[in-house]
Design a protein around this ligand. Structure first.
Ligand code: ADP
Length: 470
């Protein structure tokens, strides 16, 4: 069966079911008609018997009886009659029966008894027998009917079945094959389109003829899959192009400065200046490479095993301690009065990076003299951490894209080339890898708030003491 196509498998299953139904139906019809015909024969036999018995009972003498019987039953069309005396001798029999004796069933009484019998080898008869009181003692009265017609009718019925059942089966198989072909036609279309779709032709889609049926649902699922693939290919291409672009800028600077320096002899100070600038650009390249590697690692989701329960408030205290110094240099205050204790399962290094990035941005885009407010609140099974500044804010056009890789609201606004627009996308990747979410709300000119939601880890009190943010 494995080598057969679905079309043939469906057709054969359909044929098998139809065949079984036809067979059951034919057997039921055959048995019902047979039963009906037999009942009709028995009814006829009973009626004839009561006619004979009527004569037997009203006869006063044997002569009367013989005469009446002769007149009424000797040349009857469909039935044969035989009456025997108690000694077994034939008292009356119609001529067609001749010498043939109808067998008398055992245990016969005054109640009608039906049975079948073979006379002279092949002729089958249905017989009804009964004992009755004749004018001169008890008589065995029997009425018989040949079953030849009955057999013939059943034979005809069988030949009708023998002709129609295979015919119906052939029609059913043909119809089944046709229907299976029609139902499976879209599969071929899906296969053809799927074959055409390659990495270069991800814009192709499978035509959905009927969205409501199973194949329509399959087409839609495949289309959805191709769409996601297309998007992810597009993102990968964009990412590669952006990364190459980011790498080009420092490399071009290094090359230009070196070329200029090499054109003529320079003083030691000038060479020092070129080397310092080169070091700066190399540092920028190294940072970029680090960020790209980190993003690859997060995309691959390889570090999930290194996570451990971490006291989030301790980790925040540590990050805030470092960032306060940076903020003070800019005349910015960091407030952190509402930090609820919470335990999260995380890679401490990654989580620290999230809050360093968010605070670094908040400081970068705040005005001197303003304040940044950091909060951590427990919300059911989550911890909501917010970093709120009253700085430049982000315009609504840019807000949805700030988590995109290499996206900068305004390249000129970003600090002298160190920011590649990867900070927030790294934050997002880390938070998502930890089962959380990150989003931002902002009003241009009024400030920005970043919200990080992280699932908190249920922890036994005695374990808490062992948890440190390192
Ligand atoms: P970068 O690493 O270049 O800072 P990010 O991914 O961290 O890039 O941020 C993307 C953009 O979002 C930045 O160019 C910046 O304009 C904007 N942005 C991020 N944080 C803030 C903030 N707190 N206030 C205003 N703008 C912000």
């Amino acid at each position: 069966m494995t080598a057969l196509s679905i079309r043939w498998k469906l057709t054969l299953w359909y044929g098998l079911v139809v065949g079984l139904v036809l067979l059951a139906f034919s057997i039921a019809v055959y048995l019902m008609i047979r039963q009906h015909l037999l009942q009709r024969i028995d009814k006829g036999l009973s009626e004839e018997l009561s006619d004979v018995l009527f004569e037997v009972r009203r006869a006063k003498s044997t002569n009367d009886l013989t005469e009446w019987l002769d007149r009424r039953f000797a040349r009857h069309e469909g039935f044969d009659f035989q009456i025997r005396s108690q000694d077994g001798s034939v008292f009356f029999a119609n001529p067609r029966l001749g010498e043939r004796l109808l067998p008398i069933p055992r245990g016969l009484s005054t109640a009608e008894l039906f049975n079948d019998a073979q006379l002279n080898g092949d002729a089958s008869f249905r017989i009804v027998s009964v004992m009755a009181e004749g004018p001169q003692g008890p008589l065995t009265v029997q009425v018989a009917r040949s079953l030849a017609d009955f057999r013939h009718e059943l034979g005809e019925l069988l030949s009708v079945f023998a002709l129609t059942v295979p015919l119906a089966l052939v029609i059913a198989l043909g119809g089944g094959y046709f229907l299976a072909s029609r139902a499976l036609a879209p599969v071929q279309r899906i296969t053809d389109t799927a074959n055409r779709i390659t990495a270069e032709r991800l814009n192709e889609r499978i035509a959905v003829s009927n969205a409501g049926d199973e194949l329509g649902a399959l087409s839609q699922t495949l289309n959805g899959m191709v769409e996601r693939l297309e998007r992810s290919f597009q993102e990968t291409r964009q990412f590669t192009a952006d990364a190459a672009h980011e790498l080009r800028t420092p490399l071009t600077i290094i090359r230009n400065e070196t070329e200029v320096a090499l054109r003529s002899a320079r003083s030691a100070d000038e060479y020092r200046h070129v080397l310092e600038s080169t070091l700066e650009e190399v540092e920028r390249l190294r940072r970029l490479a680090d960020h790209l590697l980190l993003l690859c690692r997060l995309d691959a989701g390889v570090d999930a095993r290194q996570r451990a329960p971490i006291q989030l408030n301790h980790l925040l205290d540590e990050v805030l301690g470092h960032m306060r110094l940076l903020a003070q240099e800019r005349g910015i205050e960091i407030k952190a009065d509402e930090i609820a204790p919470a335990v999260v399962t995380a890679t401490a290094e990654d989580l620290r990076r999230v809050f360093y990035n968010l605070l670094d941005n908040a400081i970068k885009y705040s005005h001197s003299g303003s304040a940044i407010e950091v909060r951590a609140q427990l919300r059911g099974s989550e911890c909501l951490i917010s970093v709120e500044d009253t700085g430049l804010g982000i315009a609504p056009d840019h807000l949805p894209r700030i988590f995109d890789r290499f996206y900068r609201v305004d390249a000129a606004r970003a600090e002298s080339g160190t920011a590649a627009g990867l900070g927030l996308s790294i934050c997002q990747s880390i938070v998502r890898a930890h089962g959380g979410t990150i989003h931002a709300e902002s009003r241009p000119g009024a400030g920005t708030t970043f919200y990080v939601r992280l699932p908190v880890t249920a922890i036994l009190p005695r374990e808490v003491a062992a948890i440190h943010p390192t």
